[in-house]
Write a protein that binds this ligand. Structure first.
Ligand SMILES: NC(=O)c1ccc[n+]([C@@H]2O[C@H](COP(=O)([O-])OP(=O)(O)OC[C@H]3O[C@@H](n4cnc5c(N)ncnc54)[C@H](OP(=O)(O)O)[C@@H]3O)[C@@H](O)[C@H]2O)c1
Length: 240
């Protein structure tokens, strides 16, 4: 181990939104075989309570996208990571609300965290991903196609989809880019968003299952992949 906590030959992986739900499950899985830098909104002392030992943490609140990207870059500098093998931009938030009642502040928060924050960070990471011949994974949502009560969230995730597809073309041959769209998953996001899925909850993917399916999708390397109900219930492929 060096000052980076990295064992020679281990992959260097950044995961945002790694303190809860799908991101935390991904961090736990990757920490078994790679060196992980986890990013999240909460203070480091709180993050340490949930993250596995050995995972490095940086607080990077994407409500302030430029500052968040700068914080991640400083953490990478501190680790001495001038190259990156994999970046999973997973941080996300939403709120269940009638679109007519969504204030500009609420809109801005959803667009900043889910879309603007991911775009700014992707740009900032480009040189290190290129140096590491790495892969950028953007976590979208099947809700990007439009879901009642989640208008701004759908807009943000649809924007991320377009951004990811454009980047995949732009960076072809230098950096692999994927947009992966999970379907409904039983994380705490729904409660935090003020959304009660009712009896549908029992159809939601378990968090660990979704993390495993995302890991497999990363291995397959398709530019766009959706992991809808059919996929995690084991009934075939999700649509694109
Ligand atoms: N759950 C679903 O049904 C579902 C379905 C499709 C797609 N997704 C997507 O999957 C991803 C993970 O969602 P999840 O369900 O695992 O949600 P979650 O349990 O609520 O976790 C969200 C993560 O994002 C972080 N985050 C939230 N606001 C942030 C901010 N302002 N700055 C930086 N980080 C912030 C959280 O940090 P803190 O813990 O510090 O707050 C947390 O680590 C999101 O992109 C989400 O849109 C989820």
């Amino acid at each position: 181990m060096g000052k980076t906590g990295q064992t020679a030959g281990q992959k260097r992986i950044l995961i945002t939104g790694a303190t809860s739900g799908i991101g935390l499950a991904l961090a736990r899985r990757h920490a078994l075989h790679a060196t992980v830098l986890a990013a999240g909104r909460r203070p480091a002392a709180e993050a340490r309570e949930v993250l596995p030992d050995g995972v490095v943490y940086v607080q990077a609140d994407q409500h302030e996208p430029e500052q968040a990207a700068a914080a991640v870059l400083s953490a990478l500098d501190e680790l001495g990571w001038d190259g990156l093998d994999l970046a999973i931009l997973n941080a996300g938030t939403g709120h269940a609300v009638d679109p007519a009642e969504e204030t500009p502040q609420m809109l801005r928060a959803v667009l900043d965290v889910n879309l603007f924050g991911a775009i700014v960070l992707s740009q900032a990471l480009r040189p290190r991903l290129e140096a590491g011949q790495g892969r950028l994974v953007l976590i979208g949502s099947t809700a990007r196609k439009g879901a009642a009560a989640f208008a701004s969230y759908a807009a943000a995730k649809a924007g991320l989809h377009g951004f990811g597809r454009a980047l995949a073309e732009e960076w072809r041959g230098r950096i692999a880019v994927q947009v992966i769209h999970p379907g409904p998953t039983d994380t705490g996001m729904h409660a935090r968003a003020g959304h009660d899925p009712g009896p549908l909850l029992r159809l939601f993917a378990r968090t660990g299952t979704m993390a495993r399916l995302i890991e497999r999708a990363i291995e397959r390397g398709r530019a766009v992949e959706s992991i809808g109900f059919a996929r995690f219930l084991g009934r075939g492929e999700g649509g694109r």
